[in-house]
Write a protein that binds this ligand. Sequence first.
Ligand SMILES: [Zn+2]
Ligand SMILES: [Zn+2]
Length: 395
Amino acid sequence: MQDILEGFIRDVTPEMVEFRRELHAHPELAFKEHETAKRIRARLAKVPGLKVLPPLIETDVVAILNADRPGRCIALRADIDALPIEEETGVPYQSTARGVMHACGHDGHTATLLGTVMVLARMADELPGKVKFIFQPAEEVGGGGGVLCERGVLDSPKVDAAVAMHGWPFEPVGSIAIRSGWVMAASNPFTITVQGLGSHGAYPHRGIDPIVASAHIITALQTIVARTVDPQDAAVVTIGQISAGVAENVIPPRATMSGTMRYTRTDLGGQLRERLCRIVEHTAQAHGATAKVDIEDGYPPMYNDEKLSDLVEKIGREVLGDANVVTKVPVSMGVEDFAYYAQKVPATMFRLGVRPPDRDSYPALHNPQFNFNDDALPIGIRMFGEVTQRFLRGE
Ligand SMILES: [Zn+2]
Ligand SMILES: [Zn+2]
């Protein structure tokens, strides 16, 4: 069986390399992936036995293999959006869209999933269940995964497990990294407005200085993680932006700040929110100012299901060798909207090495020089293909 899969993968890889480069040259931002979706649909139309669904939001593409077959249903998901970054790779198929590039490798995720469709479609008769392929828009911003889940992407047929992967520049091609449990953070972006009283810079006693109050607030916020979160838990509070004032001799009436809170355990979210609000409001008050905090719901934390992650690890060891399966994966304080799927069904996301093995380092994700490595495509397809077969057979 494995050799058959291997042969099919060899057949489709050249086309997937070409497709990946086509996507790379034509990146599109979150929720604007119209041409990308068209390109995916055009390729899927040539695959026999596939049921391609109308979009749930404009730019998603969902296809089902063996739609009417009884048995389990596995969902494989790829994100398809790009980033507002000016590309600096210098490759011949560099982005043709100014200021937009596939700097997170979602072109590679999309090509890997399409290659998996083509390979599994050829062996559809031997699969004892259904496969749902989800090409998802807006991972980078906007939580396209959350929107799709809300609109029922995991229903009819009901999905029993969901698997995704992310290209990973810190590991070499030919390897994967996988771990169960909390693996990525939740985020809550927030803004703080400190209202003081404007005054002449020479007469501070006639006003209420929102800049001094903000400075105290920023300092006090550092105690949330340092003094109130269990040191065994991961959390971050970052102020990334601050603005106030127009001239050196004017005390402005207000100051605004924005930042992000990150944490890996869902129940930490409420605790962090409560402490943030308390510190901001009371510190402002201590300076005679008032403050308003707006906290948004960001992505939830990503939880990798134990059983599914064990299956991915086991298959990785068999297919790639023990030395090429990394299980000491540190928790990332980055976020990932695949977490929305994991809230609904057992799910796991593994990392796929994309660093050329002869290099010590590789540009990081979201770096203008990052480029998904085509050599990783057949390995991604292999992993998706194997996991699908084995899960559908009951493992
Ligand atoms: Zn990204
Ligand atoms: Zn990404």
